[in-house]
Design a protein. Structure first.
Lengths: 384, 150
């Protein structure tokens, strides 16, 4: 691998031991994937936002950066908080949260604490190279915005944030961004989350091109997140909608390798088979956009929920909702509007049965069931 | 012994029993459940009820599977397992994607704990490897040896 003099210096320890190890990590990852150089990144986004005492090895590495006074060299945002105050068990599991947040602040990380960083403070442009590690955010940046980012690991994201570089391979290269599989749709009722769940399972890490459908920004987010969770899809295109897919000829640069058709039955088989007595209903994984909260608020206004109901959104959007009085409307309906990560927050409550319309949340929560949006609203007692 | 050439991803040499799956593994969903966190010795038990290796223990085995899917915590989760001595003895995959690869590289760079990892796409290997086979993995040369017990 070719390194610049500056990069070589960092590798040799000119900027301290922790920086040298960060550089060594990036070089080794790059070599494993045939990268020929390290390229400068526009921004970083970190996924390691849960202060669990379980991950001592991670926390110890952060210590080393902080002890050497290292700070991030590019704008760097970070994933949601884990809901430490949701109960005693959460306080125990996430006991290192305050400490983790202090360390991240020392590193100069922007405290946005949301997986939808691209909604406000970390907005990439077409072609920007990034080192992000939240799989749903990587997916959105690549697919909906046309930025260039690999599916990076927690800690590799920090190594890139402090050095400002990432190895050039994978989705940073033109040739890997073309479509591979054409996805035809034969659906009566679109459910982007379920579609994403099925595509991730079916395609694992290939690049799907979904035939034209006028997905909203939120639908692209929810479909992409499910695909990235059940598979490893990090880039998808939608014909005539996403920036690198003006038409099929361009996005495939020829013919697709495969063509698959998704039928209504494929999506229907995903949904909970028989209604159960759920302990909670969760919306917002990834975090809800402002417009999604408003849409849900219309369903809840004037109702009173019959199950504990959680709407998860970013701290910035939560603040805006509070300022506008919208959170009051939801509060009066008995809905909890929160800014934590539902997956982390409900993991310690292992026995609670959660119903969710999020394919990603269903993939990670041990005791969860997946429901259509209408089913979720019905179960928690909202208007449908 | 059958010898098959793969591509070296991380150095190290190991010989152990194979634990084989034809299904991609979500490392985060597998090893971050309460049982993994609070029951001593259960760190390395696959607790993903969506996976065919549900309740299998990967510690000290050669973990053989197509690829790693799901959360980007996976590298960190794998690093934690390896650092506390509960990692697999070696890893063989069809597709070495960045998350799994980062896990073994982070353990090596930051903690000097080496788990050999080889990427192998040869049909010969995937057709013949079975759980319980003894496997030798040379992470330096990328060579894999299968010693099938008859």
């Amino acid at each position: 691998m070719h390194l610049t003099n500056e990069q070589q210096g960092m590798l040799q320890g000119n900027e301290g031991q922790a920086m040298a190890l960060a550089m060594q990590t990036l070089v080794k990852v790059g070599k494993a994937f045939g990268a020929e150089r390290l390229v400068a990144i526009k921004s970083a986004h970190l996924a390691g936002s849960f202060g669990s005492s379980r991950f001592k090895a991670y926390l110890h590495i952060l210590d080393q950066f902080v002890a050497e006074g290292i700070r991030v060299r590019v704008p760097t945002t970070v994933n949601p908080r884990p809901g430490r105050t949701l109960g005693l068990l959460n306080r125990i599991v996430f006991s290192r949260q305050p400490w983790l947040e202090r360390q991240l602040a020392q590193l100069g990380v922007t405290p946005n604490y949301s997986c939808i960083c691209y909604d406000d403070v970390n907005i990439p442009a077409l072609g920007d190279r990034l080192c992000w590690s939240e799989s749903s955010a990587v997916q959105f940046a690549n697919s909906a915005l046309g930025a260039r980012c690999n599916r990076n690991s927690v800690l590799v994201d920090i190594c890139s944030a402090v050095t400002g570089y990432t190895p050039e391979f994978g989705y940073l290269m033109d040739e890997n961004r073309r479509g591979q599989v054409l996805v035809k749709l034969q659906l009566d009722r679109m459910d982007p989350s379920a579609l994403g769940y099925v595509l991730g399972r079916r395609l694992v890490n290939r690049v799907p091109v979904v035939e034209h459908y006028d997905f909203s920004r939120a639908e692209l987010k929810n479909m992409g997140a499910a695909m990235a969770a059940t598979g490893a899809v990090s880039l998808f295109h939608v014909e005539g909608l996403t920036p690198e897919a003006p038409d099929l000829q361009t996005v495939f640069d020829g013919e697709p390798q495969d063509v698959i058709t998704i039928h209504q039955a494929d999506l229907d088989s995903m949904h909970e088979s028989q209604p159960q007595d759920y302990d909670a209903v969760v919306f917002g994984c990834p975090h809800l956009f402002y417009e999604e909260v408003i849409e849900l608020a219309e369903q809840f206004a004037g109702c009173r929920v019959t199950k504990p109901t959680y709407l998860c959104t970013s701290p910035a959007i939560l603040q805006r909702l509070q300022a506008e009085g919208m959170s009051n409307v939801l509060h009066q309906a008995g809905v909890n509007v929160v800014d934590f990560c539902p997956v982390a927050a409900f993991t310690p409550k292992r026995r609670s049965r959660v119903l969710t319309a999020s394919g990603k949340c269903h993939c990670y929560l041990h005791n969860s069931e997946f429901g259509m949006m209408e089913a979720c609203l019905r179960v928690c007692g909202a208007r449908t | 012994m059958t010898s098959i050439q793969g591509r070296s991803i991380n150095k190290g040499i190991a010989r152990a029993m194979a634990l084989v799956s034809a299904t991609p593994i979500n490392i985060t969903a597998s090893f971050t459940k309460l049982g993994n966190i609070y029951i001593p010795g259960q760190q390395s038990v696959i607790n993903d009820r969506h996976h065919e290796l549900y309740r299998e223990n990967v510690k000290g085995q050669v973990l053989v599977f197509p690829s790693c899917i799901g959360s980007t915590y996976s590298g960190m989760v794998l690093m934690q397992l390896i650092c506390e001595g509960y990692g697999p003895a070696a890893i063989i995959v069809q597709d070495a994607e960045p998350l799994l690869t980062s896990g073994v590289i982070l353990s090596d760079v930051w903690y000097r704990k080496q788990v050999p990892m080889v990427e192998c796409r040869a049909d010969d290997f995937w057709n013949s490897i079975t759980t319980g086979d003894t496997v030798e993995v040379d992470g330096v040369s990328g060579r894999i040896g299968i010693i099938t017990l008859t």
